[in-house]
Design a protein around this ligand. Structure first.
Ligand code: CO8
Length: 255
């Protein structure tokens, strides 16, 4: 397998494992990812962390060598297959964190964009360079990047194909923060900032924010009212408010 799915304490960890090709996304690797996302979805992991093997790259994008000379129908099916696999990641019941430990180009950045959060080492470099190959992104980049950094910045990255360094990525909101030290340990520390909260309630928060970007504000406010009422109905909400009143630490049970 070109990926490894392991456990780091309460978290699932996927490591893209083709360092000789800078962890490029072969179609076989994408299929492995799909199976791994299904396994993580059914597990008790509090979050999923994704990183790249080796010291150079998170992921250098789609495997360019596999794309050359493909018939159009196969190319379209390939894009749809990649999009469907990344949609599984986007819809996991637990949050996900891309730990960008080097290059994240093309499909590699698109994979990171399908995660809930992105953190990056200070040497990380990111971009959607497809235009330099005569292509455009096909695994969700044209849709998710503008939702993360806005239309103008997304168009600039996609139409110039330029590389963004870690500092710029943090300034533009492309990554949530920069990390120092052992990358997976930093990912664990980042995930612990939210992973003790109620998973279903975290899910309502993710859903409400995602829907904000697809709906006019009056619709979004209605969705927020519905989802915040659903959160209020959970046993975890009762526990959280009771713990506050009694000045004790809440014990959330994901119910
Ligand atoms: N695909 C296949 N092999 C790759 C890729 C890739 N994306 N990136 C790197 N490799 C391979 C290299 O060919 C090389 O292998 P070999 O030693 O056998 O020649 C090895 O990895 C190391 O790479 P480099 O020697 O190039 O390493 P450098 O440190 O000099 O450069 C870079 C690193 C800058 C990351 C450089 O490798 C690079 O520019 N890579 C390509 C980045 C890119 O253009 N990515 C976008 C790909 S297109 C895409 O992701 C979406 C397409 C649309 C999707 C729809 C599909 C159906």
């Amino acid at each position: 397998m070109a990926i490894e799915l392991t456990r780091v304490e309460e978290f699932a960890l996927i490591t893209l494992n083709r360092p000789e090709a800078l962890n490029a996304l072969s179609f076989a690797l994408i299929a492995d990812l799909g199976r791994a996302f299904d396994e993580v979805a059914g597990s008790d992991a509090r979050a999923l962390l994704i990183t790249g093997a080796g010291t150079k790259a998170f992921c250098a994008g789609a495997d360019i060598k596999e794309l050359i000379g493909r018939p159009l129908t196969a190319q379209k099916q390939g894009a749809e297959m990649g999009q469907a696999v990344f949609a599984k990641l986007d819809k996991l019941p637990m949050p996900s964190v891309a730990i960008i430990n080097g290059y994240a180009f093309g499909g590699g950045l698109e994979l990171a964009l399908a995660c809930t959060f992105r953190i990056a080492t200070k040497n990380a470099k990111m971009g959607l360079p497809e235009i330099k190959l005569g292509l455009i992104p096909g695994y969700g980049g044209t849709q998710r990047l503008p939702r993360v950094i806005g239309e103008a910045r997304a168009l600039e990255m996609i139409m110039t194909g330029r590389t963004v360094d870690a500092e710029e990525a943090a300034r533009s909101g492309l990554v949530n923060r920069l990390i120092d030290g052992e990358a997976v340990a930093q990912g664990v520390a980042f995930a612990r900032e939210f992973s003790g909260y109620s998973l279903p309630v975290l899910g309502f928060a993710r859903e409400a924010v995602k829907r904000a970007l697809d709906n006019p504000v009056h619709e979004g406010l209605r969705i927020e009212a519905d989802l915040s009422t659903l959160a209020f109905q959970t046993a975890d909400a009762a526990e959280g408010m009771d713990a506050f009143s009694n000045k004790r630490k809440p014990q959330f049970k994901d119910k």
